[in-house]
Design a protein around this ligand. Structure first.
Ligand SMILES: [Zn+2]
Length: 209
């Protein structure tokens, strides 16, 4: 897909207009491009139609509106009556993506996020961030564990090396991880020998990166 996209971009004389959403990060549930509903309301002075300020005219995709259930939103001075698919640029990877109307409905009505909450990162970046946070929590909890099993120490090392690879921990953590592996002493033939070898190779590779 990405190769096709690059090919289209390099031929400026192409007659078929390129898909404007070809470079957008796909959402695992809603896909890449906008979901047209044909609904296109505009703000009214009496507030009976009030569009979200996160979906200003410069970012909203016309004809993608869905109606909100204002009673399910967190209380606001003026409830938002409709959501639109809105264009965003991910602050992590700088790629464009859509903050979908249905996603907004889920955020503001089911998850009860305040209307101020905005979506600033694409799904893959949000997922990666969650994985990093989970690894940090797990690392801290295993590190403080007074009597770790061999399996738990290996998991601790795995979290540590993952966090070094991701640039969250500095390389200064690596000797400590090697020390933990050595202390485990997963001898040849023991249940954890192979896993310890793989982890040791990862720690060494992270050192030279
Ligand atoms: Zn991103």
């Amino acid at each position: 897909m990405s190769q096709l996209g690059m090919g289209v971009m390099s031929h400026s004389s192409m007659k078929v207009p390129a898909d404007p959403y070809a470079d957008f990060v796909p959402h695992p549930r809603f896909g890449r491009g906008p979901r047209r509903t044909g609904l296109d309301p505009a703000n009214t002075p009496d507030g009976s139609v009030f569009l979200h300020w996160h979906s200003g005219p410069e970012v909203r995709v016309p004809g993608t509106a869905i109606a909100a259930n204002t009673t399910d939103q967190c209380q606001a001075t003026v409830p938002v009556t409709h959501y639109f698919d809105a264009r965003r640029v991910c602050r992590q990877c700088a790629r464009p993506f859509l903050f979908f109307a249905e996603e907004q409905k889920h955020w503001y009505e089911e998850l009860k996020f305040p209307l101020e909450a905005d979506c600033l990162e694409c799904v893959p970046c949000r997922k990666a961030e969650q994985r990093l946070q989970a690894a940090q929590r797990r690392y801290a909890s295993l590190l403080g564990h007074p009597q770790r099993s061999v399996a738990e120490t290996l998991e601790l090392v795995e979290c540590g090396v993952f966090l070094v690879e991701a640039g969250v921990f500095s390389k200064k953590s690596l000797p400590k991880l090697l020390g933990l592996l050595k202390a485990v002493g997963a001898a040849p033939g023991s249940a954890h020998h192979e896993q310890a070898l793989v982890l040791r190779a990862r720690v060494v590779a992270a050192e030279v990166r």
